[in-house]
Design a protein around this ligand. Structure first.
Ligand code: HEM
Length: 431
């Protein structure tokens, strides 16, 4: 049975299993950094940048990198720092979950983000060809229509109060990616359940028992990806999976397993982070009322505002790499085989690059230099689609309800190493 958005978020928020006292008792100074606590990580990021910009954290077995130049140059140096660990579970998979996944034929591998050249180069070129501007353009009216419908449903509440995260931001990008891939959009709750499991199993902090229901979900999810590829072979269609199958028929070097792996990636990456971006646009702009009002006056500034939201409050605050050789980051020796955590959420607040980095400013000229989509050969393939959706939702919201208010600034965030997801964005409005 699918969890409702509220149930799913409550489940994700239920208690942080990290022992936060461990740092103090071990005597190691982590400068206030708590890897899974993303409520307000920015003071700890600042402390790390100032005191120990490349710090080994034994709690996650990662070298934590927090300065902009170091993060960017490590992303760039793919020959030494590979992305092969990007999708590895942060917490070891327990025996029960392992068995469930083995019995269920779970052989999913990363679509792109954890693949390395030359395999990555081959698959990215094929996937990129399917990510055509024509496909995105065709989606625009659907995104706008879905946004209007979601806003109308929320605004119908006579209490004049709602949760922008659960009622507007949650479904829209999921419907978009399902439509893009030719999947029935009524399956949003199912895909959200699978995606929540994927985020929890890979970047969460679950014990063996907690992993079990998620393992079942991942088996279902993967089997569905395989079924989608089989259906595309059989039925064709005007969608991205059919495009990949057609490319294969036309001689492109891609296997069915690789297409299913791309589906497995896109049906997660294609909405999870965009839901967060949309929620963050509303949350951060409403918290800076004068800038919200500037957008009401002049919607042509929305695209710039979306970039500043991505810089100031990115959907993914940290991403992993693995050292393939003895190397160095910011003058610190990194041994071969070590895991590296590139903290983009910190890099985006580095005063060496951004003036007054803790100030949210939609007029900032260089906001686009943020690292929230990564950098280099793995740079986010869906960045245009994510920004397009955020732009459309903002445009429609500013028109439909310019008087929207944030109903409480103390918002909690999901416990996670990488995905900084607000649990709700409570809003109110006057007629
Ligand atoms: C706000 C929304 C999004 C954020 C913050 C985001 C962030 C990221 C990040 C940090 C990476 C890893 C980059 C690296 O390793 O250098 C990535 C990769 C990727 N993203 Fe996104 N993403 C977003 C939306 C999307 C959407 C909408 C899609 C698909 C429709 C998508 C598809 C991908 C794919 C396929 C990759 C792997 C690219 C590769 O390894 O070559 N993303 N994204």
């Amino acid at each position: 049975m699918a969890l409702s958005p509220t149930e799913a978020r409550a489940a994700a928020a239920a208690g942080c299993p990290v022992d936060h006292s461990a740092a103090a008792s071990s005597g190691v100074d982590h400068h206030g950094y708590e890897p899974f606590d993303l409520k307000d990580p920015f003071p700890a990021y600042a402390a790390l940048r100032a005191s120990e910009p490349v710090m080994y954290d034994e709690r996650i077995d990662c070298w934590v990198v927090t300065r902009y130049d170091d993060v960017k140059s490590t992303f760039e140096n793919w020959e030494t720092f590979s992305s092969e660990n990007a999708q590895a579970p942060v917490r070891e998979r327990g025996p029960q979950a392992t068995q469930i996944m083995k019995d269920g034929g779970f052989t999913a591998y990363s679509g792109l983000s954890a693949r390395i050249p030359p395999e990555h180069t081959r698959l990215r070129a094929i996937a990129q060809r399917a990510f055509t501007p024509r496909r995105f353009k065709a989606l625009e009216p659907t995104i706008r229509e879905n946004t209007r419908a979601a806003l109308a449903a929320m605004l119908a509440n006579p209490e004049r109060a709602g949760d922008f995260f659960g009622q507007v931001a949650y479904d829209i990008p999921t419907i978009t990616i399902l439509t893009l891939l030719g999947v029935d959009p009524s399956l949003v709750p199912t895909y959200k359940r699978w995606s929540d499991s994927r985020a929890a199993m890979t970047w969460g902090n679950l014990n063996d028992e907690e992993q079990v229901p998620h393992a079942h979900n991942l088996v279902e999810y993967w089997q569905e990806c395989i079924a989608l590829v089989t259906a595309a072979h059989r039925d064709g269609g005007d969608n991205l999976i059919a495009d990949l199958v057609t490319a294969q028929d036309g001689g492109a070097e891609i296997t069915d397993h690789e297409i299913a792996s791309l589906c497995y990636s896109l049906l997660f990456a294609g909405h999870e982070t965009t839901t967060t971006l949309i929620a963050n646009c509303i949350r951060v702009l409403l918290a800076h009322r004068e800038q919200w009002d500037q957008l009401v006056e002049d919607p042509t500034r929305i695209a710039g505002a979306v970039d500043e939201v991505l810089r100031y409050s990115g959907s993914i605050v940290a991403w992993r790499r693995k050292a393939l050789a003895d190397a160095e980051i910011g003058g610190v020796a990194i041994p071969k085989g070590a895991n590296v955590l590139l903290v983009m959420g910190s890099a985006n607040r580095d005063a060496e690059v951004f003036e007054n980095p803790d100030v949210f400013d939609i007029a900032r000229p260089d906001a686009r230099n943020h690292l929230s989509f990564g950098f280099g050969i793995h740079y986010c393939l869906g960045n245009m689609l994510a920004k397009l959706q955020a732009k459309i939702v903002l445009e429609e919201t500013l028109i439909a309800v310019p008087q929207l208010q944030l109903a409480g600034a103390d918002i909690d965030f999901r416990e996670n190493l990488s995905f900084r997801v607000p649990l709700s964005v409570p809003v109110t409005w006057e007629i």
